[in-house]
Design a protein around this ligand. Structure first.
Ligand SMILES: [Mg+2]
Length: 233
């Protein structure tokens, strides 16, 4: 029973990477262009989800991005003989601070959820930067000074627990004591980290899967956050 219908959930929590922000395509485009990669932002958006699906299929550990990097450079079309070299460069360039490009559809959807009064929070595997980064990108903040207001923003580096360990969600739950776990949706872009972790925590998983990379995921799949808005009438 993974599909959700309007009225099934009362609150929604979000992963940050791949849900609210992407690794900055304005940086990665020029980085990979000399290897034949596209600089088109849309191709980089596609590449991120291809990478996440490949990472989950390989059951890579959270810190292991090798499979993601290969899928990413392949998806942006680097030259065949430069795949491993460009993937290595992408890996060496990985920085938590580059997860800063706000996904336009998500920003719009967050505003619509806020207008409906939906209680929201963020639970992210990050490096201590995510609360600042989301505010700086104008996506969201706990006090509502930047973007929409979140009840809490949990950063795994700060709390010392990371997905898929379901214990990380306990830190967000204290800001949602009136909500049953089974009526809280958790939106992520990783099957192994987000769907599995949130399911183990008793939440209702939603997978952002815009390119149908993971049709068998045990989650409510959406192509963008606008479909999450539709769950709140
Ligand atoms: Mg993510």
């Amino acid at each position: 029973m993974s599909a959700l219908r309007p009225g099934d959930v009362d609150a929604v929590w979000f992963d940050a990477g791949g849900v609210l922000v992407l690794p900055d395509p304005e940086v990665l485009g020029p980085l990979l262009a000399p290897y034949g990669g596209s600089s088109d932002v849309e191709h980089h958006r596609r590449a991120h989800y291809a990478g996440m699906a490949a990472k989950s299929r390989a059951d890579s550990a959270e810190a292991d991005w090798d499979v993601y990097d290969l899928a990413y450079v392949h998806a942006v079309g680097v030259d065949d003989d430069l795949v491993s070299r460009s993937a290595r460069l992408l890996g060496r360039t990985r920085s938590a601070d580059l997860w800063r490009w706000a996904i336009p559809d998500s920003v719009t959807a967050l505003a619509n959820l806020a207008a409906r009064g939906v209680p929201m929070s963020v639970v992210s595997n990050a490096a201590g930067q995510i609360e600042w980064a989301l505010a700086h990108a104008g996506v969201c903040s706990v006090d509502g000074r930047a973007g929409v207001a979140m009840r809490t923003i949990i950063d795994s580096h700060v709390v010392g627990v990371a997905k898929p360990d379901p214990a990380i969600f306990d830190f967000a739950a204290v800001a949602h004591t009136e909500h049953e776990r089974s009526r809280i949706a958790y939106v992520g872009d990783s099957v192994t980290m987000d769907v599995n972790g949130s399911t183990a925590a008793g939440l209702r998983p939603i997978l952002i899967d815009p390119f149908d990379d993971s049709p068998d995921a045990a989650a409510h799949r959406v192509s963008s956050l606008s479909e999450v808005v539709a769950l709140f009438t």
